[in-house]
Design a protein around this ligand. Structure first.
Ligand code: G6P
Length: 376
């Protein structure tokens, strides 16, 4: 069994460490640095329709829904198209507004989640083009959608999703670049810069994983906590949600994710000396909007400190400002703010993992949860 797990104690830890490889596979054959182009696999969606979409709707569940929230930021920023993210279980039981110029993108690791498949079928029935971001070749979603982008992350065994999530974000980045190319919002030179950043990501993920031992040590300090708060802004707000989900799924500790700016509308009331607050706050130096978000989050950090909360900050390496304020910092390599989500989630996966191990939980098979929810 240990061989199956590649020498790791759990599938989850193995899959966390497989992320650099998984992302190389997601990118393989789909990006050209020389041409400044991305290539999706052929779809049944005509080129003219790719140019004519006015809006995207993304239904998904669980961790895939968090990837969808990251995708919204990426697609709105790079392709300048409005994106609506929906829980598949809500979408299917509503009367969603759809027309032939709406692209419906489902995100599903397994390609078999009942609610997500129902959303896909509903969209098709209403005459929409559909697109699936999926990890399992030959799954229902992969077979039924008009276009498919397989993430190629390899089989994911652990119930808590890790490498599927980061590869979904990379797939969404490719989709955003493709839409930008089709719509003319991105020049080849611009695409080239993005491709360069994407190609550098696997090595940076390897560097992020080097924090594993330090995070295992940190978990000693926090594994008895009964609640956790996760905060982030922009593309890292969904990462705060995902960090909280990972922790509650496998350690059974109550955890909530919030946009950092929303603290004053509720979560502030929870802060005391017993509450660990994980602040996801990478910065892209020289990028004005990113710096502004960072400064705002830095003042949120000060507020948490003023209320005696215990801050663990996920920061870009070399950041001394946050380091001077937080009780603990976990550095991640510098990258563009848009791609920082892929790196920032890694320490959160590791933190949840090591806390769950210390609490003696069944990491790969958490109680009451299933890898894939194929019935309602
Ligand atoms: C279950 C799994 C989650 C997963 C969700 C959606 O809840 O435990 O890890 O994110 O289903 O699954 P999907 O296969 O559609 O991405």
């Amino acid at each position: 069994v240990l061989a199956e797990k590649g020498g790791f104690k759990h599938f989850m830890l193995k899959e966390i460490h497989e992320q650099p490889h998984a992302i190389r596979e997601t990118l393989a054959g789909r990006v050209s640095l020389d041409e400044g182009r991305v290539y999706l696999d052929p779809t049944d969606i005509p080129d003219a329709d790719w140019q004519a979409f006015t809006r995207l709707v993304i239904p998904a569940c669980g961790t895939s829904w968090h990837a969808a929230l990251v995708g919204k930021v990426l697609i709105e920023e790079l392709a300048r198209l409005p994106v609506e993210v929906d829980y598949a279980s809500e979408f299917r039981y509503r009367n969603p507004l759809l027309d032939e110029r709406t692209l419906v993108v489902v995100i599903t690791q397994s390609g078999e989640t009942a609610d997500t498949l129902a959303a896909l079928r509903e969209a098709k029935q209403r005459g929409c083009h559909t697109f699936a971001i999926c990890n399992v070749p030959g799954s229902m979603a992969a077979r039924e959608a008009h276009g498919v982008l397989l993430t190629h992350a390899g089989p994911e065994i652990s119930v808590a999703s890790t490498k599927a999530f980061t590869s979904q974000i990379v797939a969404l980045y490719l989709l955003a670049l493709h839409l930008g190319q089709c719509r003319g919002t991105l020049s080849p030179t611009a695409v080239m810069k993005h491709v360069e950043q994407l190609l550098a990501l696997p090595v940076k993920l390897e560097a992020a994983l080097e924090q594993d031992a330090a995070i295992a040590e940190l978990s000693r300090e926090f594994f008895r906590a009964s609640d956790f708060l996760y905060l982030g802004r922009g593309v890292n707000f969904p990462i705060a949600l995902e960090g909280a989900l990972k922790l509650k799924e496998i350690s059974y500790i109550h955890a909530e994710g919030f946009p950092a700016g929303e603290m004053k509308h509720g979560p502030n009331a929870l802060i005391d000396e017993r509450l660990p607050v994980v602040m996801v706050m990478p910065r892209e130096v020289g990028h004005a909007a990113s710096e502004l978000r960072y400064e705002k989050t830095l003042s949120n950090l000060q507020e948490v400190k003023a209320r005696d909360g215990r801050v663990i900050a996920i920061v870009t390496e070399g950041d001394t400002e946050a380091a001077g304020l937080a009780e603990y910092v976990i550095p991640i390599p510098a990258t563009s703010e848009l791609l920082s989500a892929v790196l920032a989630v890694v320490p959160l996966q590791l933190l949840a993992y090591h806390i769950a191990v210390r609490r003696g939980c069944d990491v790969d098979q958490p109680r009451n949860l299933a890898k894939s929810v194929t019935v309602e």
